[in-house]
Design a protein around this ligand. Structure first.
Ligand code: MG
Length: 253
């Protein structure tokens, strides 16, 4: 377990949407965001189910990358069943993106996982680095050089994902494993943040607000200030693995 940990989170409906269909879970060892989609209440049911499936991993025991993979597959299966069983839930789905502390050959590592277009970033040495790759139409257009990063942010199809949970065949989750670095922070967020703020502005907030809760609140405030066109969910995690405990910091339970 991390010696010290600070986690901040914030989620907001935004200025235009009727409901907040983003869901999240945040602890010192597991942070995830799910951005639900589907008519009526289906979107929030989907994101809630995906987060609930993941939370079953947070039992305190060391988890493996294979556990994550299985939890994501179970979430997909559960959503397929719901879509079949419940009138009005057909077509429900969700993104699922986050970071978990995993055991790799007896040592703690971070596993970053992603299905969809929510994101995980690492902020270290005052530099912001996107760790996940969006599964989206816009990302494919970017990859093939057909649009610029600027055009991507205002592209009419910017909300269209190419992978999500609740689809058949089961989507492949990207899972990457990283060695913990001293002083790093992680940001997990829904596209409500990244469609409103460019990476440079996100980095500026993380530099200006070292306290994770303050950074999370400020990022959501700025997303709304920039238009708040979608639900925005943000988790900032500073795990402090490998660092000596400092006075005034909360100890992870
Ligand atoms: Mg969204």
């Amino acid at each position: 377990m991390p010696l010290t940990a600070r986690v901040g989170s914030a989620s907001d409906t935004g200025l235009l949407r009727a409901a907040n269909e983003d869901r999240m879970t945040s602890s010192a060892t597991l942070c995830a965001v799910a951005d639900g989609m589907g008519g009526h209440a289906a979107g929030e049911i989907a994101s809630q189910q995906a987060i609930a499936e993941l939370e079953q991993l947070a039992t305190g025991a060391a988890i493996q990358v294979a556990d994550l993979d299985r939890a994501i597959a179970r979430a997909n299966q559960r959503l397929l069943e719901l879509g079949d069983q419940q009138r009005g839930y057909h077509g429900l789905g969700t993104t699922l993106t986050g970071i978990a502390l995993v055991d790799v050959a007896g040592r703690e590592h971070w596993a970053v996982f992603n299905v969809g277009d929510s994101r995980v970033y690492r902020f270290a040495d005052a530099t912001l680095q996107q760790l996940t790759v969006d599964h989206s139409v816009v990302q494919e257009l970017l990859d093939t050089g057909r649009i610029s990063a600027d055009e991507a942010r205002s592209h009419p199809r910017r909300n269209v994902v190419t992978r999500s949970l609740g689809t058949d065949p089961a989507p492949v989750a990207d899972i990457e494993v990283y060695e913990p670095l001293p002083g790093e922070r992680f940001l997990v967020c829904s596209d409500g943040l990244t469609n409103e703020l460019i990476d440079a502005e996100i980095a500026q907030v993380l530099r200006a607000f070292p306290e994770p809760q303050h950074a999370a609140d400020e990022l959501v405030r700025r997303a709304n200030q920039a238009g708040g066109r979608d639900n925005t969910t943000v988790i900032v995690l500073e795990a402090g693995i490998g660092e000596a405990p400092e006075a005034g910091r909360a100890t992870a339970s």
